[in-house]
Ligand binder design. Structure first.
Ligand SMILES: Nc1ncnc2c1ncn2[C@@H]1O[C@H](COP(=O)(O)OP(=O)(O)O)[C@@H](O)[C@H]1O
Ligand SMILES: [Mg+2]
Length: 220
């Protein structure tokens, strides 16, 4: 199984500006891929398309054998909730909830909160946050907040993990910790990791890089 893009493109805004042009790629299940390129090259836009958060202007995307265009919004919601994890540059934790309650957010709608609580605690322990599980986000450092957000992205044991500049607001020590977590999740859980980064040192930790320039994939 894989994520497959066939000749996808994206125009944004009025008047329409072309952001992505004729992108075809295949990311096999279990791969760790870095999407690289300068600021404005289209990395985030491509990640949003590949992760079904946005729709292409042309072309087709298939994930795990499902054509994203032919799928109902409820089915898409369930698929995202159960099989996809998302991490962004800013963590978007809920300020009023403790770390462990934030991690458990994706389980609430399916009534699996208590069932998944031990898993949430285990993730926090694995990320060196065992003593801080009951703190609010503002009582945590930036690096700790981002690790809570990563734990939240993993609580449903997703098959795919999408990350958009997850180290972008971290210092290098915390950036390294976050990258180690992504590498470990990929190698231990066989989770497909698709990571947007403009930092070459981090991109090198992936098995493969897809480099964008002006909205096109650069051949290498
Ligand atoms: N909502 C939007 N409206 C207009 N232009 C946009 C919008 N989002 C992104 N763009 C443009 O699309 C291009 C690619 O953006 P983006 O995918 O965010 O690049 P990257 O993540 O590589 O920095 C940029 O030129 C950006 O200005
Ligand atoms: Mg971006």
């Amino acid at each position: 199984m894989a994520i497959i893009a066939r000749h996808i493109g994206k125009e944004i805004g009025t008047p329409a500006t072309r952001v992505l042009t004729d992108i075809s790629l295949e990311i096999k299940d279990g791969e760790f891929v870095a999407l690289t390129g300068r600021s404005g090259s289209g990395k985030s836009t491509l990640l949003y398309l590949l992760s079904s958060l946005d729709t292409p202007s042309e072309g087709k995307i298939e994930i795990s054998g499902r054509d994203l265009q032919g799928i109902s919004s409820e089915e898409l919601y369930l698929f995202r909730n159960q099989e996809m994890g998302f991490v962004f540059q800013f963590h978007y934790l809920i300020a009023e909830l403790t770390a462990v309650e934030n991690v458990l957010m994706p389980t609430v709608k399916q009534g699996k909160k208590e069932q998944r609580r031990p898993a949430a605690e285990a993730l926090l322990e694995q990320f060196d946050l065992k003593d801080k599980a009951h703190r609010l986000p503002r009582q945590l450092s930036g690096g700790e907040q981002q690790r809570v957000a990563i734990a939240r992205s993993l609580i449903m044991e997703p098959k795919y993990l999408f990350a958009d500049e997850p180290t972008g607001s971290l210092d290098s020590v915390n950036g390294d910790i976050v990258m180690k977590i992504f590498s470990d999740v990929n190698s231990q859980k066989k989770t497909t990791v698709i990571l947007v980064t403009h930092e070459p040192d981090f991109a090198q930790l992936a098995q493969r890089q897809i480099h964008l320039k002006d909205g096109r994939v650069q051949p290498h």
